[in-house]
Design a protein around this ligand. Structure first.
Ligand SMILES: [Mn+2]
Length: 426
């Protein structure tokens, strides 16, 4: 049995206080779904298997280019980050894995880190490398014009694979900040050729059962052009690099009006979808909480994923991670709410009547096809998610239990504030 950071008595109290209402809501929703030919327990069982990774940097307060406002009791090292991830998993039951980042999470012995995670009942998902902070990377990393800098960046990624192997991870996510601020600064083709050359070295270092996730981003920190700017570039690179290379979709890394769900469908079709960095945005790469701005878009993404699952699309095994910057909330609360938003979108997508949708599409009945999707999206699946959590030992109302636990105030005493606590976001 994993250790539980929050007093289980508080979860029992939550079940006692809210369990009766939940059962009535669940039964009522079950009746309505049965009229549509849907068995609520089957949906609840599938929703319960949904899991999204928490990035270790997500449990710390993020920041903007202007300031960071730390809150008392933030984790000071990766072991304390794991502790906070364990809180999110204990109460929410949708975040069984953690995605580490190096060098921020560097420890002397990765096996000790693995044991610490296992004690909390947590596993490790994709390992993230960092080639954007070292002073050597001012003009690029894997695409730098100087071979020595490229070699430094390659060696760092290879080291991340080695650490990840010891942690039980099986994927490396590579995002580079490389690009240009001025037209003419960088030769587009030569920079991308250097990227491919460097990535080939990294792919050569991958164990056979590992994958490398290529993350594209249209701007920032480079403000005129980036080397891996869009999904087309990412796809072409993944093709050139072979079957172990796949394309990762960060929801915030596109121009504001981009149809992200269509990109997801394309990557599924071509067998190159690595997975996601989930977040939400209004203007750009805002890194707001998943589901806070446009829950319909997340639903449409999950509709494509459920469709792929249903068709057993070849090679379909996406990795899910939250990638957000928590600037004005307690990160634990934001992560609980975000994981719930994602699980909600998944459960809603499971309710889509695919046979009806196929028929409406074939008949070119635009209105009924659209209404079929909306009917699923507009179903309040809250009782399904709450029941899945309760059955797994989580809280019916995770944020209420978290607040009642006094976790943050206790940690404020146990974890005296340090200046310059590492935080970052990619
Ligand atoms: Mn990302």
């Amino acid at each position: 049995m994993p250790e539980l950071p929050i007093d289980p008595g508080l979860v029992e109290e939550d079940h006692a206080r809210r369990g009766g209402d939940l059962e009535r809501d669940f039964a009522s929703l079950g009746e309505r779904l049965a009229r549509r030919g849907v068995a609520i327990d089957a949906i609840a069982a599938r929703a319960a298997r949904f899991g999204v990774a928490i990035p270790t940097w997500g449990v710390g307060t993020g920041g903007t280019r202007f300031a960071r406002f730390p809150i008392p009791g933030e984790p000071r090292d990766v072991f304390e980050k794991l502790e906070d991830c364990a809180v999110v998993q204990q109460l929410g039951r949708a975040t069984p894995t953690v995605s580490p980042h190096f060098p921020w999470d560097r420890v002397d012995d990765p096996r000790e880190l693995r044991r610490a995670a296992e004690a909390w009942g947590l596993g490790f998902d994709a390992v993230n490398s960092n080639t954007f902070q070292d002073p050597a990377y001012k003009f690029g990393s894997l695409t730098h014009t100087e071979k020595a800098v490229r070699e430094q960046a390659i060696a760092h990624n290879v080291e991340c694979i080695e650490i990840g192997r010891q942690l039980g991870s099986r994927a490396l996510t590579v995002w580079i900040a490389d690009g240009a601020n001025f037209p003419g600064q960088q030769h587009f083709a030569r920079a991308l050729e250097r990227y491919l050359e460097s990535l080939r070295e990294i792919v050569r270092a991958l164990p056979g059962d590992w994958r490398v996730f290529l993350e594209h981003k249209l701007y920032e920190p480079a403000l005129y052009s980036t080397v891996v700017c869009d999904w087309g570039t990412s796809y072409a690179c993944a093709q050139a690099l072979g079957p172990q290379a796949l394309c990762l979709v960060d929801l915030g890394h596109h121009a504001p009006t981009t149809n992200v769900e269509a990109i997801v469908a394309r990557l599924v079709q071509f067998g190159k979808l690595a997975g996601f960095h989930f977040n939400d945005s209004k203007y750009g790469d805002d890194d707001l909480d998943a589901g806070s701005i446009d829950p319909f878009r997340i639903f449409l993404v999950f509709h494509e994923l459920v469709d792929a699952e249903r068709r057993a699309a070849p090679g379909f095994a996406p990795a899910y991670m939250i990638d957000q910057s928590h600037n004005v909330t307690d990160p634990i609360e934001s992560l609980l709410a975000s994981a719930q938003s994602l699980q909600r979108a998944y459960a809603q997508a499971l309710l889509v009547d695919h046979d009806a949708l196929d028929a409406h599409q074939d008949a070119n009945d635009a209105l009924l096809a659209h209404r079929t999707l909306k009917e699923a999206f507009e179903t309040d699946v809250g009782p399904i998610l709450a029941m899945a959590r309760r059955r797994a030992g989580g809280a019916i109302d995770p944020i209420a239990v978290y607040r009642a636990s006094g976790w943050r105030a206790r940690k404020a005493t146990e974890r005296p504030q340090q200046l310059g606590v590492q935080a970052g976001i990619v």
